[in-house]
Design a protein around this ligand. Sequence first.
Ligand code: 5GP
Ligand code: ZN
Length: 109
Amino acid sequence: MEKDCTFCNILNGEIPTKLLFENETLIVFRDINPIAPTHLLVVPKKHIRSINDLTVDDNRIVSEIITTARDMAQKMGIAKSGYKLFFNVEKGGGQVIFHLHLHLVGGWK
Ligand code: 5GP
Ligand code: ZN
């Protein structure tokens, strides 16, 4: 947990957020500023700054982030129509919250 990290503060309840899914590894919630009809964030409970900071010990977490995003797309009814999954990496890559997260966007008509 990092004191000034928005997603750590969502994880510890300081920023009240409706979770769409939670297990021992990660949480899923809606992006506060959606760029698509469906825009979810899949966030590991472990504070990892960005993709650059992953170690081999995190492989299971990353794999679970991706399969959970796939399952959430199914749940939200956008699996068949299609969706995008992306990580922004560091400032130049558009990252503004430095706690690893996968964007799931879709639901366009
Ligand atoms: P990044 O640009 O770091 O990849 O994405 C961070 C995302 O987190 C942004 O799309 C932003 O809208 C979202 N976000 C920032 N603060 C909050 C918050 O307090 N609650 C929720 N639900 N989303 C947030
Ligand atoms: Zn954090």
